[in-house]
Unconditional design. Structure first.
Length: 257
């Protein structure tokens, strides 16, 4: 039977500390977004479409350009989205954010990740040669599903629960693996892949899985992860490091592409 309780470790002192962390992350993400915009070139990646030319089994037409994705602007956008999330949770949405944390959930995290992390995955896909709009839509959908399962994992396990369910977590892992399988296929199947692209793939694969590990540790109550506020700070650190790493790797890649 579930009772109304406060998540472990989420007290006034922890909430005050998290507010300072969110202010700091606002500034760090925003500064990087501005720097990327200032330094960015006009390098862009083209999204294409290959449409059927007849009944099923017919050859598809040659790829046609749909639109260009300016890489510098795209990188700045996911950094700016993170900055906006941290700014809002530290200011006008602070009461809701604090109440959510006391209830063992952070809805704002999952909303922001749905946009920023999906854009990050799409950029990685584009850099590995997945530029068909149909494939990109599927990758985006799978990544958003993974993140929403993360939200559901928190919703399904409020403080005071008598049992823990990990079903949303494992369903999210299945959904989240799909984009990486598609990206890995392109990396392995391609005749030649630039070293910086492999570096991006490996480093971001590790970071993305670190988010899943953080949640698993929270709900398995391992060591300091028994404290929900500790897990929240871990999410903040992972978000900053993952976004910063991808931002500058993608940006550096655009200079040599």
């Amino acid at each position: 039977m579930t009772t109304e309780q406060t998540a472990t470790g989420v007290d006034d002192r922890a909430l005050g500390s998290l507010r300072r962390w969110n202010v700091a992350l606002t500034l760090l993400h925003l500064a990087q977004a501005v720097a990327i915009l200032v330094l960015a070139t006009d390098f862009a990646v083209t999204v294409t479409q290959s449409l059927p030319t007849g009944p099923p089994g017919s050859a598809t037409g040659s790829p046609e350009a749909v639109f260009d994705v300016p890489v510098g602007a795209a990188v700045a956008v996911f950094l700016a989205l993170a900055a906006l999330d941290h700014l809002l949770t530290a200011t006008v949405l602070r009461r809701t954010y604090d109440a959510d944390l006391r209830a063992g959930i952070n809805r704002f995290r999952w909303v922001e990740y749905s946009f920023s992390a999906t854009l990050m995955v799409l950029l990685i896909a584009l850099y590995t040669g997945i530029d068909g709009i149909s494939a990109l839509i599927g990758i985006a959908g799978a990544n958003v599903a993974m993140i929403l399962f993360g939200w559901l994992q928190e919703s399904a396990n409020p403080p005071g629960r008598s049992t823990v369910t990990m079903k949303p977590f494992w369903f999210g892992c299945v959904a989240g693996a799909t984009p990486w399988v598609a990206i890995a296929y392109n990396v392995v199947a391609a005749d030649q892949v630039p070293g910086f692209v492999i570096g991006i793939f490996v480093s971001l694969f590790v970071f993305f899985n670190s988010f899943a590990l953080n949640q698993w540790l929270q709900y398995r109550q391992v060591g300091p992860w028994r404290d929900y506020a500790f897990g929240e700070k871990a999410y903040l650190v992972l978000s900053l490091v993952a976004k910063s790493a991808l931002a500058w790797q993608i940006f550096a890649g655009s200079l040599v592409a």
